[in-house]
Design a protein around this ligand. Structure first.
Ligand code: SAM
Ligand code: SF4
Length: 333
């Protein structure tokens, strides 16, 4: 039960959703996300599992009801399942939902434990079902593990939603097949526009695919009807009559969705970023490691509410700097 003041920002948005990155490390190197030779953080800078737990409890106390663990790849963090079990015990005690976003490579090992810890739904990133393209996009040959992971999650009773970054001239032609496969296996699929976060090799703009054009193409193939389904996030959904499934669209570049933002992000080093696309942050690690962590955390969270910006300022174009120098894998996608 929440006993402290809820988190409400300067634009009167009630913040109830925390995306908590448990590591910046990853076993894939998706080309739009990070360079092949990504420099990961020294381990001592990263919060311990105990610190992550303490932080999560402080957020729950301030009215956070949904926590999504992310990264980097959350399932490569050693003993992460201990944190998940500990947070699972808060379900029904202030926390309404505990979930995670994963690339799926290690899901086959974890699916049963996640379900036992109280996780009901997860997001799995899947940009292609073509093994060669998977290897090209992620620079690793892991498609079969990911598909096994998705199957294991389903068998464990987890609801699996797929996330697909739409990439011009890469997975563009495959999107209808991905949607068909997802819906045939009972998964909703959300398409995401590539965002300018952190330097990568090559120009993201070369593969930036605006989703309104994708939607138009899908409309020629299927009957799409606007859905009033909401996941509490920026996605907008349509139902597909022919497949009986749902497609989400996350359009940070073509359509600004910030007015209803209910979320904040914390990196694995305890930096709270008030907006994915902004530089506004407060250092929760300093608060946690101070002499009076509880009091300093309370002050830091109030400060975060004060500085949360009204909206992001993403732009994408040739030669433009990334909107933020930090990678999605650091902020926690
Ligand atoms: N490793 C996990 C995964 O891939 O699901 C969790 C972290 S990953 C950063 C979270 C999501 O961010 C993934 O769906 C990924 O495709 C997406 N992502 C990463 N970099 C992105 C970018 N520059 N633009 C848009 N989406 C991005
Ligand atoms: Fe890793 Fe996820 Fe980034 Fe891919 S998108 S490199 S899986 S953190």
């Amino acid at each position: 039960m929440s006993c402290s003041a809820p988190l409400v920002d300067a634009f009167n948005r009630r913040i109830s959703y925390l995306r908590l990155s448990v590591t910046d490390r990853c076993d894939l190197r998706c080309a739009y996300c990070m360079p092949e030779k990504m420099q990961f953080l020294p381990r001592k800078e990263v919060l311990s599992l105990e610190e992550l737990h303490k932080l999560a409890l402080a957020f729950i106390d301030r009215g956070i009801t949904k926590i999504r663990l992310t990264g980097g790849e959350p399932l490569v963090r050693r003993d992460v399942i201990e944190l998940i079990r500990a947070l699972g015990r808060k379900l029904g005690e202030g926390l309404a939902e505990l979930t995670l976003t994963t690339n799926g490579t290690r899901l086959a090992d974890f699916a049963d434990d996640l379900a036992a810890a109280g996780v009901k739904r997860i997001n799995v990133s899947l940009d292609t079902m073509d093994a060669a393209l998977f290897q090209k996009l992620s620079r690793r040959d892991r498609l079969s593990q990911v598909l096994q992971g998705i199957a294991a999650a389903r068998e464990a009773g987890l609801e699996v939603k797929l996330n697909t970054v739409a990439l011009k001239a890469l997975n563009e032609a495959e999107i209808p097949a991905l949607v068909e496969w997802a819906h045939a296996h009972g998964h909703a699929l959300t398409l995401i526009e590539v965002m300018p976060l952190g330097e990568v090799e090559g120009e993201r703009v070369d593969h930036y695919l605006p989703l309104p054009a994708v939607r138009e193409a899908l409309e020629k193939r299927w009957t799409l009807t606007e859905s009033d389904h909401r996941s509490g996030g920026p996605a907008r959904y349509v139902d597909v009559a022919e497949t009986g499934g749902r497609i989400g669209f996350i359009t940070p570049l073509t359509n600004n969705f910030c007015a209803s933002c209910n979320r904040i992000r914390v990196t694995a080093t305890g930096q709270l970023y008030a907006c994915l696309g902004g530089a506004e942050k407060v250092d929760l690690r300093a608060a946690l490691r101070s002499e009076t962590p509880d009091a300093n955390l309370a002050v830091a969270l109030d400060e975060a509410m004060r500085i949360k910006p009204e909206k992001h300022h993403f732009r994408i174009g040739r030669g433009l700097e990334p909107a933020q120098p930090r990678h999605m894998s650091l902020t926690g996608g």
